[in-house]
Ligand binder design. Structure first.
Ligand code: SF4
Length: 166
């Protein structure tokens, strides 16, 4: 198992969303709790999967697992498809993490708003990509805070005031 396996799933997501956000989150600057969008996300999640859900915490990852016959399926519900690549690699990381523990699973990301579903499976190429991404995240977390760069989604980010006040 590689050293970077202490990384949390949401950190893989933030790697694609914003490196500053990743750094702030990983250094426990937790303005996330105050964001209405985060609350909304949790509400969508709760409403959509009230039944048949099983939350599992394994090391740094927290996942919703459903057993389908002999297969395990990890499920994630996301608000919008705007960060699809981030969502995809967050899920791929869960599958990667489980594979290192000898557990095989598939992933399913649901976007209730647009009624879309993305199925995620891990292959060798994605595993290689993830190893590289995890090493980069590890380096980012150990380094200085990346300077905030204004993006389209900054206005919706819980760290907006922190990054751009004044
Ligand atoms: S406000 Fe923008 S730059 Fe700052 S953490 Fe959020 S996404 Fe990154």
């Amino acid at each position: 198992m590689i050293d970077e396996m202490y990384i949390r799933g949401v950190e893989v997501n933030y790697y694609f969303v914003c490196k500053t956000k990743l750094w702030l989150f990983s250094h426990n600057v937790s303005l996330e709790k105050e964001s209405d969008l985060v609350k909304l996300g949790k509400l969508v999640h709760k409403e959509f999967y009230q039944r048949d859900r099983k939350d599992v915490q394994i090391g740094p990852i927290a996942i919703d697992v459903i057993r389908k016959g002999n297969e395990l399926e990890i499920q994630e519900v996301k608000k919008a498809k705007s960060m699809e690549k981030a969502d995809f690699f967050q899920m791929a990381y869960y599958l990667f993490y489980l594979s290192k523990l000898g557990i095989s699973a598939k992933g399913r990301i649901t976007y209730p708003k647009s009624k879309e579903v993305v199925n995620v499976e891990l292959d060798e190429e994605k595993s290689r990509d993830l190893e590289k991404i995890l090493r980069e995240i590890d380096g980012l977390k150990r380094g200085e805070m990346p300077k905030p760069v204004r993006k389209k989604h900054c206005r919706k980010c819980a760290y907006f005031e922190f990054c751009f006040a004044g």
